[in-house]
Design a protein around this ligand. Structure first.
Ligand SMILES: Cc1cc2nc3c(=O)[nH]c(=O)nc-3n(C[C@H](O)[C@H](O)[C@H](O)COP(=O)(O)OP(=O)(O)OC[C@H]3O[C@@H](n4cnc5c(N)ncnc54)[C@H](O)[C@@H]3O)c2cc1C
Length: 497
């Protein structure tokens, strides 16, 4: 069930972009062990005074992914006027655009925060029960949740409508305006051209810390051991699959019964039992070593006859997640790999005879790129010590899960142990009115590999929404919010420490 793990790395590359900066500045920095800070001639200045104000809000959330949607919905639910900026035309980010499925389990009890409970309830109302605790030790939240991508997108729209979040689709952040230690405007590009979104508080939920980098927050990327980011994946779905034939082939023919999940919802993967099966495909010239370096496929609840493919993975030696050129090449190459894989499955797995590529991701799956350096940097020691924090915003026992080709770091926590994520990892010293949520919060490389899963991203987004609304009501800056002073009943999570 778990994505396979591998080891840490993390090189520091400090981007100090002061004041007003723009897209060219951050997108052109190339990831390599010697990567230099962005050169001045790679940036261009926007004449901010001439850019019209597109919207005014209390809270501007940039990035409508897993964490950003939770932040926007929760801030609005707590009384803030919220604008949510999303470059695509669907909320959910990795879940709906990169086709990342299912939500991994937190593997600990009582990890569901109210936003997750609400989301699960809405799925139930739409006919899908995702709120099951198949394992009694995971009471209230530790299990994997299977959020059908298309329904999830519709439910996110529904939640935003219910709480009156203004969504700006097809709108891309291209710069920021800062003054006096605050972000004063997010500069976006939309069908109307360049525009400013003026807000009191900003939430960076881009996954890539894009708003933070534009605004001059110190960021790091990749491993400080190898300098590499985690592997990216270009995911796809296959329809027309006869699932039971597939299950029988892996379990009966290849004797591969490793997986805890069983029909009707199950997965298959490349394991020690099936390695030979894929190796023979390479020998016959049907697939390459890279194509089958990592194979994992899940049935999708609510989409019978369809499998979600967590592959192919793109080698981090070749493709950096912090280079736009590499990301583009990974997409081109990934598309070719997808077709080879689909043909290989059709030819060699009973149940795939009539299968077809039914969906291709519209966003590359990026596990890790840049991370901010916030007030607190969560580390692998916090993970291994099952650290609790007074200002914790959520809990998890999901392991360090690094996709790279070198070192293994797959020590899980002891039975019943869990760690918490502190609020201080979501705020910075530099910018008083900025919150950062999702996979780019302030962590070291290994800790990021644990907190990056979807339920944890949702809970941190929810906490940011609460903190943003609380700061507005109390006329304080979000980076001065003391999470422990927010009345417990208004907090989405209270520390177990
Ligand atoms: C291949 C892969 C497999 C994974 N497997 C699992 C799994 O099985 N289970 C699990 O729980 N987790 C898994 N994860 C991890 C998890 O899905 C992600 O870490 C998590 O979704 C990140 O959430 P986020 O909100 O930080 O970013 P995202 O969900 O990626 O959202 C970022 C959003 O910001 C938008 N955006 C970015 N830049 C801009 C801009 N400049 N202007 C406007 N909008 C912008 C994007 O379009 C996107 O909607 C996997 C990740 C990958 C890549």
């Amino acid at each position: 069930m778990l994505e396979k793990f591998l080891i840490p790395i993390s090189r520091r590359d400090l981007l100090k972009l002061a004041g007003l900066t723009a897209a060219g500045a951050v997108l052109s920095s190339k990831d390599s062990a010697q990567a230099a800070p962005v050169a001045p001639n790679q940036s261009f200045a926007l004449n901010a005074d001439k850019i019209p104000v597109l919207m005014n809000a209390d809270v501007c959330v940039v990035g409508g992914g897993v964490a950003g949607t939770a932040a926007a919905v929760t801030a609005a639910r707590n009384g803030a006027k919220v604008v949510l900026v999303e470059q695509g035309i669907v909320l959910g980010g990795s879940q709906t655009q990169a086709l990342v499925y299912p939500a991994m389990p937190t593997k600990t009890f009582n990890s569901d925060t109210p936003y997750i409970t609400d989301l699960n309830r809405r799925f139930y109302m739409h006919g899908i029960d995702v709120d099951f605790d198949s394992d009694p030790k995971y009471k209230n939240g530790g299990d994997a949740r299977q959020y059908t991508p298309e329904l999830l997108a519709a439910i996110y729209d529904e939640m935003c409508a219910d709480y009156k979040v203004d969504i700006l689709y097809n709108t891309t952040l291209v710069g920021s305006e800062t003054s006096g230690g605050k972000i004063t405007a997010a500069i976006v590009h939309s069908i109307e051209g360049l525009g400013k979104i003026v807000a009191k508080t900003f939430i960076d939920a881009t996954g890539d810390a894009t708003l933070s980098r534009f605004a001059g927050v110190e960021c790091i990327r990749g491993s400080d051991v190898t300098g590499r980011n985690q592997k990216m994946s270009f995911r796809f779905e296959m329809g027309g699959v006869e699932e039971m034939k597939v299950y029988k082939f892996f379990v009966k023919k290849l004797k591969d019964d490793w997986c805890e999940t069983k029909p009707p919802e199950f997965e298959f993967a490349k394991t020690t039992h099936t390695e030979k099966f894929y190796f023979e495909g390479i020998q016959r010239g049907e697939v390459t070593k890279d194509d089958v370096a990592y194979i994992q496929a899940f049935t999708i609840i609510g989409k019978p006859g369809t499998l979600s493919m967590n592959c192919p993975e793109m080698s981090p030696f070749v493709y950096s997640a912090t280079s736009v050129v590499d990301r583009s090449k990974a997409i081109q190459q990934g598309r070719i790999m997808i077709r080879r894989l689909a043909n290989f499955f059709r030819k060699n797995i009973p149940g795939f005879k009539n299968a077809f590529i039914s969906r291709e991701a519209s966003m590359l799956g990026v596990r890790e790129s840049w991370r901010i350096r916030g007030k607190y940097i969560m580390t692998k020691d916090d993970y291994f010590n099952a650290q609790k924090f007074p200002d914790a915003v959520c809990r998890s026992a999901y392991p360090i899960d690094i996709h790279d080709e070198t070192l293994e770091l797959n020590r899980t926590l002891g039975k019943g142990e869990f760690y918490e994520v502190p609020f201080r990892a979501l705020v910075t010293n530099e910018l008083a009115n900025l919150l950062v949520v999702g996979r780019c919060i302030s962590t070291d490389f290994p800790a990021q590999a644990a907190v990056r899963i979807q339920p944890t991203c949702m809970s941190m987004g929810e906490a940011a929404g609460i903190a943003a609304a609380y700061a507005l009501k109390n006329a304080i800056n979000v980076n001065a919010v003391d999470w422990t002073l927010i009345p417990a009943k208004e907090r989405s999570y209270v520390s177990a420490g």
